[in-house]
Design a protein around this ligand. Sequence first.
Ligand SMILES: C[S@@+](CC[C@H](N)C(=O)[O-])C[C@H]1O[C@@H](n2cnc3c(N)ncnc32)[C@H](O)[C@@H]1O
Length: 232
Amino acid sequence: MANNTNDIFNQEFSRRYDEYNEPLNAVSNNLRFLISVLLRHLPVNARILCVGVGTGTEISSLARQHSGWSFTGIDPSPDMLAVCAEKMHQEGCYDRCTLIEGYLSDVPATGHFDAVLCLLVTHFIQDHRRLDIYEQMYAQLVTGGSMIVAEIAGDMDSSDFDEMLASWAGLHSVASNIERDPEEIRSQMIERLLLLPPAQTERLISEAGFSSVQQFFQSLLIRGWVARKPVS
Ligand SMILES: C[S@@+](CC[C@H](N)C(=O)[O-])C[C@H]1O[C@@H](n2cnc3c(N)ncnc32)[C@H](O)[C@@H]1O
């Protein structure tokens, strides 16, 4: 059962989300560039599912590059979805988007998506098992389809985590121009997120049935994986 994060992604924060993240665009643009590389061989009429679509940044970049692709975005936050819908209208791709308020567990498994993206979402699921969401994404894909996930990951009990956390605080200090205290960030992480060691996430992805699990991205604590729904 997913924990509710709508108090974080409320109206005020949703309206400021893109602006707040702008200083981190050097990181997110790299992630999105690599995603477009990984998905470049999809059919011209590919269907893409975006889980935790938020304000739709991942749709924007792919819709610009592929005029025949269509997108389904699902998100529990009505406020994030409202910003997403506005943005899709402005960018002229709203007619290719279906936006659904809720969780992936609320929608039937179609098995018709060529790719499913889940970016910066899974660390909000405060459950060590965290297997359901990978199984649900698996059920939405065509055979041979790709899942791409990116999350904040790390082993908070390991000896090198403090060093990584200090760099992470540095990233946010540079981005916000306000010096951030690593210990304050640690407390916020413990309160609202669940960071899993990367090897554990990889095991969960495999356990859900995926093959060819590959970590393709890392920027400090953010890691990204691509995996495939096997053909047989
Ligand atoms: C940090 S934002 C990321 C938005 C977008 N994917 C991006 O990369 O900009 C996280 C989003 O995940 C949504 N979310 C939180 N828990 C979720 C869950 N269990 N399933 C799907 N979406 C969830 C939130 O409402 C929020 O819009």
